[in-house]
Design a binder for this molecule. Structure first.
Ligand code: PLP
Length: 453
């Protein structure tokens, strides 16, 4: 029965939020969300917000689907929990593992479950190390990841992430077995090159790093098909085939973090279909349940799985909630809805072209230096000077200003540094998309005015 202020006081008193400046939060207070339906979320003031970000890139199917609630309730009543450590399994996890592998290329035949994307990356990297140990190459210990990557917040996942503030946020990270290369960020690293040429150049940074470290020391390269939290960084078409070639040439495992890209974000079911990636290991999360419950999956190719199974004995790794029945039931129902309602195919056919046109229409906005997208993930990079590509000083917090302007007008529009990101739910209608872009433009105009542009 509290009003907004009452909730904000309690929030500040007891609840520490992820990735939040809590002193700053004392000044502004939090928006208190109470209900969601479709692409909308309402707060305690009755204000309706369009969720232009699908939560954190997870609510692909939209809020409030009752079928998912029913699936969870039925599973809880039947078998609310089941461990699978001690020669026990349960039908829902088996069904989901079978379903996922049936949707993926033939060599991806095994699935390990966790609750979060961070944990999936822990599984993937431990598994890569385990694989090389079992193959008699214990020297292959190093991981190569990319600048501006986001892979999660546990020690290894934060180390793999290429976002420096995360490395100062506690812990001796990045761990010493992680190395970073430049990413396929053409606006910053490929000026003057055409996209095809840049893709090959950017992939070459991986080869350089492998040669520098020594191929006998490198366990795996890990990357998102396209980078989300780094600021909607979408590689040219030539990038991934070249990465694939380099990994094969030097016998380096390829790990694809599809925690955001999986389940439709690129307009295809998985980013690997969009870009033609054949990973040895891939991680899924977020959209696997459309964010209704926490679940992630590490999908493992035959090469690694066969070694683990045939040579490995017990692999001492796992989580209490690995394969949680209720989460698996919700994932199965989410996949059924995505499939039967052809949500991804429809989004790809109708929404993706509109989204691309909408994003690209900002290219001539006085604040926008680069407008880029893949599928239903887009980024608008704010710059101070479009000619020199100079950014605003960090202290100006121009992206945060733009976010706040959008929120005032009813749109969640995230600032990743100075890049404004949009990742609308896949069920957004063309009219709703037009409204999203109209509000985004108003927010950018208001920001330009405030900064005297
Ligand atoms: N990998 C990617 C690409 C992500 O974007 C995220 C989260 O945003 C993660 C991993 C970590 O997932 P989680 O927050 O569920 O641990």
């Amino acid at each position: 029965d509290l009003d907004t202020q009452g909730w904000q006081v309690l929030d500040r008193a007891h609840y520490l939020h992820p990735f939040t400046d809590h002193a700053g939060l004392r000044q502004t207070g939090s928006r208190v969300a109470v209900r969601g339906e479709g692409i909308y979320v309402w707060d305690t003031e009755g204000k309706r917000i369009i969720d232009g970000l699908s939560g954190l890139g997870c609510v692909n199917i939209g809020y409030g689907r009752r079928e998912l609630v029913t699936a969870a309730a039925e599973q809880m009543l039947e078998l609310s929990y089941c461990q699978s450590f001690f020669k026990t399994t349960h039908r829902t996890a088996v069904r989901l593992a079978e379903k996922l592998t049936s949707m993926l290329p033939g060599h991806l035949n095994h699935v390990f479950f966790q609750s979060s994307g961070s944990e999936a990356n822990e599984t993937a990297t431990r598994l890569a190390r385990r694989y090389w140990d079992l193959e008699g190459k214990p020297g292959k210990k190093l991981f190569i990841a990319r600048e501006l990557a986001y892979h999660g917040s546990t020690h290894m996942a934060a180390s793999l992430s290429g976002i420096p503030p995360m490395h100062y946020a506690g812990g001796d990270i990045p761990l010493s077995n992680v190395h970073h290369i430049r990413t396929a960020y053409q606006y910053r690293h490929g000026a003057g090159m055409d996209a095809a040429e840049f893709g090959v150049v950017a992939a070459g940074w991986l080869e350089e790093k492998i040669l520098e470290l020594g191929a006998d020391n490198v366990a795996a390269f890990i990357a998102e098909p396209a980078q989300s939290a780094g600021g909607a960084l979408c590689p040219p078409e030539t990038y991934w085939p070249e990465i694939q070639r380099i990994c094969r040439k030097y016998d380096v495992l390829l790990i694809a973090d599809e925690v955001v890209m999986g389940f439709g974000r690129t307009g295809k079911w998985f980013g690997l279909y969009k870009y033609g990636i054949e990973p040895d290991i891939m991680q899924l999360g977020k959209g696997i349940t459309s964010g209704y419950l926490p679940l992630s999956a590490t999908v493992i190719g035959d090469r690694v799985a066969d070694t683990l199974i045939d040579k490995g004995g017990e692999w001492a790794h796992g989580y209490t909630y690995s394969g949680h029945p209720t989460c698996c039931a919700v994932a199965l129902e989410n996949i059924r809805i995505l499939d039967e309602e052809k949500i991804i195919e429809n989004a790809d056919a109708t929404l993706v072209p509109l989204f691309k046109a909408g994003i690209e229409s900002f290219a001539d906005h006085p604040l926008i230096g680069d407008a880029r997208c893949v599928g239903l993930m887009g980024g608008l990079e704010i710059v101070k000077d479009k000619k020199t590509r100079e950014s605003y000083a960090y202290e100006a917090h121009i992206g945060d200003h733009c976010s706040a302007e959008a929120l005032k007008r009813g749109l969640a529009f995230r600032a990743n540094g100075d890049t404004m990101s949009l990742m609308p739910p896949l069920i957004t209608t063309p009219d709703q998309l037009a409204e999203i872009f109209a509000i985004a433009r108003e927010a950018l105009d208001a920001t330009a005015k405030h900064f005297g542009v």
